[in-house]
Write a protein that binds this ligand. Structure first.
Ligand code: ZN
Length: 253
């Protein structure tokens, strides 16, 4: 068994036997792995096994059996996320999405960095709807989905008022709208924004401002992409969808 120090993000924990817990951590160096915590209520690692806790963990990683958390340092708790039900709901969904996109024990330091950065920005108060959309779009290739939002499928021209065809899995320019009578009839700003989201650097985020009605259209289109190409049913996503309805009720009171 190998002892090593690595950054990690707790994805979830669950009860195991009477007083023990199993903790799933996405580690920077070794991918996501399950750790066994004996007598979890009295363990010194109890403060760092809650979901959405980031820390430098000292881990005993066992390739064939249970792995263990030896110790930790430099804990980061996302305070703003944990005290805001909306931020918490979106952060939980992003974490669940990352969890679904990776297999156990396969290192993915790039996704680890992207996930950490996204959570940090949600915690800082940047627009969580848009951060979530960017995360969803950039994660598509982890699900084996590669879509080109940059050019027409037929003539390869760019920067036109594009529409999307689910049948043909790509963009249609106005000259080629007729290639799919069932095209999506999108607002052309949607493919434009998705194309931006595919390549956006976080430094550019402050320059993106999307109004509420466009946000709703983005949400619907990305849902349609996920339904069509990924087919995930995450509880945390259903929760966000419901939260939209509660949000409206809370505003009326
Ligand atoms: Zn075309």
């Amino acid at each position: 068994m190998e002892t090593k120090e690595t950054k990690g993000l707790v994805l979830y924990n669950k009860d195991f036997r009477e007083d023990d817990k199993l903790v799933k951590i996405f580690t920077e160096s070794d991918g996501k792995r399950m750790f066994f915590v004996k007598r979890a209520r009295k363990s010194k690692v109890t403060p760092v096994i809650q979901p959405l806790t980031m820390a430098n963990f000292i881990l005993k990683i066992n390739e064939t059996g249970l792995s263990y958390i030896e110790d930790y340092k430099e804990v980061e708790v996302f305070k703003q996320i944990n005290t805001d039900i909306f931020k918490l709901a979106y952060a939980s969904y992003i974490v669940a999405l990352a969890d679904s996109a990776i297999s156990d024990a396969i290192p993915d330091p790039a996704l680890f960095a992207f996930l950490s950065k996204t959570l940090t920005l949600i915690n800082k108060g940047l627009d969580y709807d848009i951060l979530t959309n960017i995360f969803e779009i950039q994660l598509l290739d982890h699900f084996g989905v590669s879509l080109n939002f940059n050019e027409c499928l037929f003539c390869h021209r760019k920067n036109l008022p594009f529409d999307f065809s689910h049948r043909l899995s790509g963009l249609l320019c106005p000259d080629h709208y007729d290639k799919d009578p069932y095209r999506s009839h999108l607002n052309p700003n949607i493919p434009y924004l998705i194309n931006q989201f595919q390549t956006i650097q976080f430094d550019e985020l402050k320059t993106i401002s999307v109004n509420e009605s466009l946000k709703k259209e983005l949400r619907l289109f990305i849902d349609a992409l996920y339904d069509d190409y990924v087919g995930l049913k995450l509880k945390s996503k259903t929760f966000i969808d419901d939260l939209g309805k509660w949000g409206n009720i809370m505003k009326q009171d």
